[in-house]
Ligand binder design. Structure first.
Ligand code: GUN
Length: 290
């Protein structure tokens, strides 16, 4: 048996067609959906992510602006830049690219961008909806969880009633994806680096979501072929300059049912979810005005 590859490309192409239509409809009303990215410094990984965001944004017809700020910027100047974009009516979505330098780490970054423009889905008002039990994908929900759900849906992987193991409990991925899947009636176990006997969970799971940040962490022995597990690899690790996931795909491909590749899996789904949030934010800001 060789696992089915859950490649992002066809799902992304399908979502992009829908986004381009929604963008065109907004343009007909005289508004071009627009996003701004605030980047402090010039972290090469961040610049590479930002290039991907710009590409998809522009491909669906949106407007993209990068606000690159000096690495040693003061708190006051940084906050002034965020405020300027928060009140600019021509900007519908804003993200503050993470990580930020040390002098800004004391700030509650998640809540700086106003909830209406928070296309990362990090603001307390937006994450609260997850805790309240939403399954509404038209809300400003965090992009990686949203992308993972869209990938599972595209490949008709059932969620309701399934046993899901999420490995990792970060604010950006592990926690929100666990909440979202639980809202969708999956039975979710949140595992992490201190979980005792991880294999006893993963071998029984219908879906495993690996977001640990350790290259090739999951091996064939983590899976029982009889369970026919679907594996979603969220890892973006660099090994000898090469992008590599949290799952050893070569080792696992004969013991799992389906697996998302790295690169070409969760990454592009995350980017397209961000652009979807930009269009959603723009539509919401215009509601009742045009
Ligand atoms: N850096 C790495 N991932 C992300 C993300 O999802 N959003 C932001 N703003 N920065 C990131």
């Amino acid at each position: 048996m060789t696992a089915r590859l859950l490649a992002a490309r066809p799902a992304v192409e399908k979502i992009k067609i829908d986004l381009a239509l929604r963008c065109e409809s907004l343009k007909q009303k005289g508004v071009t959906p627009s996003m701004s990215v605030i980047l402090v410094g010039e972290n090469p990984a961040s610049l590479s992510y930002i290039r991907n965001k710009r590409k998809i944004c522009e491909e669906v017809g949106g407007k993209f602006a990068l606000h690159q700020l000096p690495v040693d910027i003061s708190t006051e100047a940084f906050l002034a830049e965020v405020k300027k974009l928060n009140i600019d009516k021509t900007v519908h979505g804003i993200i503050i690219q993470l990580p930020v330098p040390n002098q800004l780490k004391h700030l509650n970054i998640a809540d700086l961008v106003i909830a209406e423009k928070d296309i990362d889905g990090f603001h307390g008002e937006n994450t609260k909806k997850l805790y309240e039990g939403t399954t509404d994908m038209k809300l400003l929900l965090p992009c990686t969880p949203k992308g993972i759900i869209a990938l599972l849906k595209y490949y008709d992987v059932p969620i309701a009633g399934q046993d899901v193991v999420v490995i990792g409990r970060s604010l950006i991925v592990g926690k929100p994806v666990s909440m979202l899947l639980s809202n969708m009636h999956a039975t979710v176990t949140i595992a992490h680096s201190k979980t005792k006997d991880l294999k006893s969970y993963t071998r029984k799971a219908d879906i495993v979501i690996a977001a640990v940040g350790i290259p090739n962490f999951l091996k064939a022995s983590h899976f029982d072929p009889a369970t026919k597990t679907t594996v979603i690899d969220v890892g973006i690790n660099s090994v000898d300059g090469k992008l590599c996931g949290d799952v050893d795909l070569k080792d696992c491909e004969n013991v799992v049912d389906s697996i998302s590749p790295v690169p070409g899996g969760v990454g592009p789904m995350t980017v397209v979810s961000l652009i979807e949030n930009m269009i959603t934010a723009c539509e919401a800001q215009l509601k009742g005005k045009v």
